[in-house]
Design a protein around this ligand. Structure first.
Ligand code: ZN
Length: 305
């Protein structure tokens, strides 16, 4: 393809096939070539999101509106699927919706009243304290025939914060009303993951965390507990986005994010996006691992701006 606009002249099936072989990072690069490709990729990712939501929801467009109003996000296998190339992407087994104490009522009403799901589980965690920093206030399990949805409610102000605090690996992705987000694209898209240092530093290990790790391995991920096994980690490590000691933000350049309804040329100021332009979630994996001893031994944290 010497001229990228020729791509548009290809038959729809061929075009779809090409895009089906690209992951989110590759699609973003492809889209950056010109505005014609940008709009082709925009339509493709929009459609993929609708197809994923339609597995669980009769009215996916209305659901996107609910995500917007409640500032809720989707993580888990659905978010991993959409950041991967469609060819060979992980199977989507359930829908994990993250929301806040202020907004979970609206989500529950949407699923029960409009989508006819039934609440089959209602779990309440102990209130947050020095030994419970999971940030989870409640979990609701909903079911409709074979379809399962978990609504994970946080007492934190931003629902997406939970992904950076609660996930046991650095496979940290989400789908929101406004964007598709991947925090560690270099590893996630190569099916590599680092076990969150919090798991052994802050005694976060229990049966459910082991199960969560096993789930990723079943999906084909290689998980590591030692950063050095994942790549060179020399004295320059603090300058990379992959050092556990670095303070990351959903706004930084280490991520890959597709922001919907934005033309290729727009900067961040027009139509700014939650968690990416107009606010951010800031996190540090922490732990002991870093070649530079000045930075070693820091706690893991997350907060939203
Ligand atoms: Zn480091």
């Amino acid at each position: 393809m010497s001229n990228p606009t020729n791509f548009i002249d290809l038959y729809v099936e061929v075009r779809e096939n090409v895009m089906d072989s690209l992951d989110l990072a590759e699609l973003s690069l492809f889209a950056s070539a010109n505005s014609v490709l940008h709009s082709a990729v925009e339509k493709y990712i929009q459609r993929r999101r609708l197809i994923i939501f339609a597995l669980f929801i009769n009215n996916p467009q209305e659901f996107i509106g609910i995500l917007q109003i409640t500032d809720s996000v989707i993580s888990g296998s659905a978010a991993l699927n959409i950041v991967q190339a469609r060819q060979g992407a992980v199977e989507i087994n359930d829908l994990d919706v993250y929301t806040t104490l202020a907004n979970f009522g609206d989500l529950i009403r949407f699923f029960t009243d409009k989508e006819h799901y039934k609440i089959v589980g209602d779990f309440h965690r102990p209130p947050p304290g020095p030994y419970n920093n999971t940030g989870i206030a409640k979990v609701f399990r909903l079911k409709k025939k074979e379809r399962k949805i978990d609504i994970i409610v946080t007492h934190l102000t931003a629902a997406a914060s939970l992904i950076f605090q609660f996930h046991n690996t650095i496979v940290m992705n989400f789908i929101s009303a406004e964007a598709v987000f991947c925090a560690y694209p270099g590893w996630t898209l190569n099916m590599l993951g680092l076990v969150h240092p919090r798991m052994y530093k802050q005694n976060g290990t229990n049966l459910s965390t082991i199960k969560a790790l096993a789930k990723y391995m079943k999906r084909g991920f290689s998980l590591y507990s030692d950063i050095a096994e994942l790549g060179p980690h020399d004295s320059q490590c603090i300058k990379t986005y992959y050092c556990p000691q670095i303070t990351r933000s959903t706004n930084d350049k280490g991520k890959v994010a597709w922001v919907f309804n934005r033309t290729g040329r727009e900067s961040g100021t027009v139509g700014s996006v939650m968690h990416i332009d107009k606010s951010a979630i800031v996190w540090c994996l922490g732990g002991d691992q870093c070649a530079d001893e000045t930075y070693a031994g820091s706690p893991s944290f997350v907060f939203a701006t």
